[in-house]
Design a protein. Structure first.
Length: 246
């Protein structure tokens, strides 16, 4: 279904990014995985089932987007698929009144740069590359159900902006044959959500009663990145076990 495609997945040394990169590789894609630490990336690559090349790139380094997209394309001989997965939480709990009032300028800017600006400029670089090389490509942005709920602080704002960028860019470049979509996970069993291997999967706030798994996110990603989903464009698909329905 995806065999022969060339892909880059940001923030892919663990969690959702790792799972998506691994599924792409298993499906016959050549994959570049990015992150901040080369040793961590190399270790992740050895655990993946297929052709995977590590490349150091902190997604918040938005000024490097053009050079890194071109570097990735050079490493694997092209670029058809871009998965914007890298993201961070705010350090403070923005769902708490007291800590929300303690959000600093640096924290706000750090979250917005990593979660929103990186998506904008990576899409910009990727679309330029695809247009210049006449590629009918696919871009997938990993956002969050926080972007579909009332916004309190930096994290929610960053994910809301990412969702709207997905809508806008999806419509803008559909006529060029470039498909842009997103996935908005709810609570997922990852270290980012303070879940570790062997921990219980139960989650009382989710109607299905458990965390989503990274494999479930990756399975949805494979569909959205395939030709079978070509008419799904500009959409952000929620995968949260009805968590965000109020």
């Amino acid at each position: 279904m995806l065999k022969g495609n060339k892909a880059i997945v940001t923030g892919a040394s663990r969690g959702i990014g790792f799972a998506i990169a691994n599924e792409l590789a298993k499906n016959g894609c050549s994959v570049v995985i990015t992150g901040r630490n080369i040793e961590t990336l190399k270790q992740a690559a050895t655990k993946m089932d297929g052709s995977v090349v590590p490349m150091v790139w902190d997604a918040s380094q938005i000024e490097l987007a053009d050079s890194k997209i071109n570097e990735a394309a050079t490493l694997i001989g092209g670029l058809d698929i871009v998965v914007n997965n890298a993201g961070i939480f705010a350090q403070c709990n923005e769902w708490n009144k007291n800590t929300l009032l303690e959000t600093s300028v640096n924290e706000w800017e750090s979250v917005m740069k990593t979660n929103t600006s990186s998506i904008f400029f990576t899409m910009q670089s990727a679309v330029k590359y695809m247009l210049e090389n006449n590629i009918k490509g696919n871009i997938l942005n990993i956002t969050s159900v926080a972007g579909n709920e009332p916004v309190y602080g930096a994290y929610g704002a960053s994910k809301t902006a990412a969702t709207e960028l997905t809508r806008g860019w999806g419509k803008m470049f559909a006529s060029d044959g470039i498909t842009i979509n997103g996935i908005a996970p709810g609570p997922v069993a990852t270290e980012m959500n303070n879940w570790h291997e062997g921990d219980p999967m139960e989650h009382n706030c989710i109607p299905f009663g458990r965390f989503a798994t990274i494999k479930e996110i990756a399975n949805l990603a494979m569909y959205l990145l395939s030709k079978e989903a070509e008419m799904v464009c500009g959409e952000t698909v929620i995968l949260d076990g009805a968590y965000a329905i109020r």
